[in-house]
Design a protein around this ligand. Structure first.
Ligand code: SAH
Ligand code: SF4
Ligand code: F3S
Length: 442
C-alpha cells in the first residue's frame, strides 16, 4: 500500500472553525489523507480562516506567502484556503495568490475531496456557494476513531441579526438549524467514541429551531433529549444571544442535571444609545433583568461575555455605562475587543473613535474584567467541584481537566489514584493560580 498523504490544517477563529476543521480532516481521510501537525511534511495545507478581526485577509496572504519555499521544494503540494476569509474574498484570493490551489467556503466542505482531486489534475478549484444540502450529513462517513472526552457539535449556523459591526451574517450566511435527529445521531456517535461532554455550537445557538419529529424544537428541548443519552455526562452550548434566552432554556439551567453552570452571553456594550446603534435590540436593563432570572434558576452559574469598546460615536459616558454593567453582572470570564471596521458592514461608514482613546478604554475594561474573573476563580478555593479529566499534566502523576464552571483544574497524584482521561471525579479546590485551579481528589 502506498504511504498515506499528509494534511496540515491551521485553524483560526471560533469553535465552529475548530469543529469544521475536524470534519474536513475526516472527509480527506476518505481520500487517503492523515493529519500532520507540521506544514513541512504536508502534501496538502489548509488554512481555515476567520474574518472577524482587522486585517484578517492580510494575515492570510502573509501566511500563504510563507509556503512559497515549501511549494518550490515540493511542486505537488496543494494549498487551500477555507473558512470565513475564503467566503468573503474567494475570487480575490485566487487572483492575488497563485500559490493557492483551492478556495472553499464554510458551506461547501463536503465538496472538498472532489476539489482536491481537481487540484491534483492541475486545475484551480473554487467553491463559495451556499448550497441547500446539509454539509455535515455529507461528511458523515468518517472512521470510528476514539475521541477526546470533550467535543464540539455544530447545531446551528449563520445569523440573521446583522449587528452593525459584524461580518458573520455575510460569511456564514442566513441562520440555519440542523434537524433534531441528525444532532442526536451525531451525539450518540460521539458518546460511542468516548465523548462525555458535548458543547453545542452555533453563532446564535439559542435561536436553534431544528426540525423534529413533531415540528420545530427549541434548544431547551434539544438539551433535554441529549440529557437522556446514557454515557453523555455534560452539556454546554455557545454562543447565545440575549434576545433568544427563552423561559424553557432558563429553566433548564436550574433543572437539567447535565447542563453545566456556565453561560456565555455577549452584551457588547452597557450603553443603550450604543446598543441601538449596534442594532443589538436589547438594552442594558433588559440584559441585567435576564441575568437576574438566570441566576434565580441557577444561583452558582458562571456568566461570561463579549465586549466591544470604541464602537463609532462611543463617548466616555457610554463607556462608563459599560463599566457599570460589568460591575453589576460580575463576570467569571469575558472577551473584549477594540472595535475594528469590517468593510461592508454598516458601522464601517460611521465616525470612528480616536484609536488611542479606544485602546485606553479597552485597557480599563480589561483591568476590571481581570479583577472579577480572579475573584470568581478565587471563590472556588475550598469548594468541591466535578472535574472531567482531559489530559496528563506537566508534573508526574498530575492530571488536568475542566470543572463544571469551565475552569482548568490540576490535580496532583491523580494518575496514581487510578484516574484516566475521560473520568469525571469530585475534586476539592485548594489553590487558585494565574490561569488555573489546583485541587485534590475527594
Ligand atoms: N455570534 C456571537 C459572536 C460573534 S463574533 C454573538 O453574537 O455574540 C465574536 C465576538 O467578536 C463578538 O461577540 C464581538 O464582541 C466581537 N466582534 C465582532 N465583530 C467585531 C468588530 N468589527 N470589531 C471588534 N469586535 C468584533
Ligand atoms: Fe454577529 Fe451579532 Fe450575529 Fe453575533 S448576533 S454573529 S455579533 S451579527
Ligand atoms: Fe471568525 Fe467566521 Fe467564526 S469570521 S469568529 S471564523 S464565524
Amino acid at each position: 500500500m502506498s504511504e498515506p498523504k499528509k494534511l496540515f490544517i491551521k485553524t483560526y477563529g471560533c469553535q465552529m472553525n475548530v469543529y469544521d476543521s475536524e470534519r474536513m480532516a475526516e472527509a480527506m481521510g476518505g481520500s487517503g489523507y492523515v493529519e500532520t501537525d507540521s506544514a513541512d511534511d504536508a502534501d496538502m495545507i489548509l488554512l481555515n480562516t476567520c474574518h472577524i478581526r482587522e486585517k484578517a485577509a492580510e494575515k492570510v496572504y502573509s501566511e500563504l506567502g510563507r509556503f512559497r519555499a515549501l511549494k518550490d521544494e515540493k511542486p505537488d503540494l496543494k494549498i487551500g484556503v477555507a473558512g470565513c476569509v475564503a467566503q468573503a474574498e474567494g475570487e480575490e484570493i485566487m487572483r492575488r495568490q497563485p500559490l493557492v490551489d483551492l478556495v472553499v467556503g464554510p458551506q461547501s466542505y463536503h465538496r472538498l475531496p472532489e476539489m482536491e482531486a481537481k487540484a491534483r489534475q492541475g486545475e484551480k478549484a473554487l467553491d463559495i456557494d451556499f448550497p441547500e444540502e446539509d454539509k455535515f450529513e455529507k461528511l458523515k462517513n468518517r472512521p470510528k476513531a476514539r475521541r477526546a472526552p470533550a467535543a464540539f457539535l455544530t447545531v446551528q449556523e449563520g445569523c440573521d441579526k446583522f449587528c452593525a459591526f459584524c461580518v458573520v451574517p455575510y460569511t456564514r450566511g442566513a441562520e440555519v438549524s440542523r434537524p433534531v435527529e441528525r444532532v442526536l445521531g451525531e451525539a450518540r456517535d460521539l458518546v460511542e467514541r468516548g465523548v462525555r461532554e458535548i458543547t453545542l455550537l452555533g453563532q446564535n445557538v439559542n435561536a436553534y429551531h431544528g426540525h423534529g419529529p413533531d415540528g420545530a424544537w427549541s434548544l431547551a428541548r434539544l438539551i433535554w433529549a441529549l440529557n437522556d443519552i446514557d454515557g453523555l455526562e455534560r452539556i454546554r452550548f455557545t454562543t447565545s444571544h440575549p434576545n433568544d434566552m427563552d423561559d424553557d432554556l432558563i429553566a433548564a439551567h436550574g433543572e437539567c442535571k447535565k447542563l453545566m453552570p456556565y453561560l456565555h452571553l455577549p452584551v457588547q456594550s452597557g450603553s443603550d444609545r450604543i446598543l441601538k446603534r449596534m442594532n443589538r435590540s436589547h438594552t442594558a436593563e433588559s440584559y441585567l433583568k435576564l441575568i437576574e432570572r438566570i441566576r434565580a434558576a441557577r444561583p452558582d452559574i458562571l456568566i461570561s461575555g463579549d465586549f466591544i469598546v470604541g464602537f463609532p460615536e462611543e463617548t466616555e459616558e457610554d463607556f462608563q455605562a459599560t463599566m457599570d454593567l460589568i460591575r453589576a453582572v460580575e463576570y467569571g470570564q469575558a472577551f473584549s475587543f477594540k472595535y475594528s471596521t469590517r468593510p461592508g458592514t454598516p458601522a464601517a461608514e460611521r465616525a470612528q473613535v480616536d484609536d488611542a482613546e479606544a485602546s485606553d478604554r479597552l485597557q480599563r475594561l480589561q483591568a476590571l474584567i481581570t479583577e472579577q474573573q480572579r475573584a470568581v476563580q478565587d471563590s472556588m478555593v475550598g469548594r468541591e467541584v466535578s472535574v472531567l479529566f482531559e489530559k496528563p499534566g506537566r508534573l508526574p502523576g498530575q492530571m488536568v481537566g475542566k470543572s463544571d464552571y469551565l475552569h482548568a483544574v490540576h490535580v496532583a497524584g491523580a494518575a496514581e489514584a487510578g484516574v484516566k482521561v475521560g473520568d469525571i471525579a469530585r475534586v476539592r479546590i485548594v489553590e487558585s493560580g494565574a490561569n488555573s485551579l489546583a485541587g485534590t481528589l475527594v
